[in-house]
Write a new protein. Structure first.
Length: 58
């Protein structure tokens, strides 16, 4: 985990969960939900990368 991510991970509990920002696909998200979404998004792209690499091996 990079330093910036570690810093934000430690701050999430101090942010009021009622404060939300709208995401175009997932609706209104608070800071913890946005933070989880970033991780999910990264894992999605890493899976895509793996699938592409596997398809080139064949």
């Amino acid at each position: 985990m990079c330093q910036k991510v570690k810093e934000w991970d430690g701050k999430l509990d101090t942010i009021n969960p009622s404060y939300k920002v709208k995401h175009a696909g997932f609706g209104w998200l608070n800071a913890k939900e946005w933070f989880a979404l970033v991780d999910m998004h990264l894992r999605h792209h890493l899976r895509q990368k793996w699938e592409l690499e596997e398809s080139y091996k064949q």
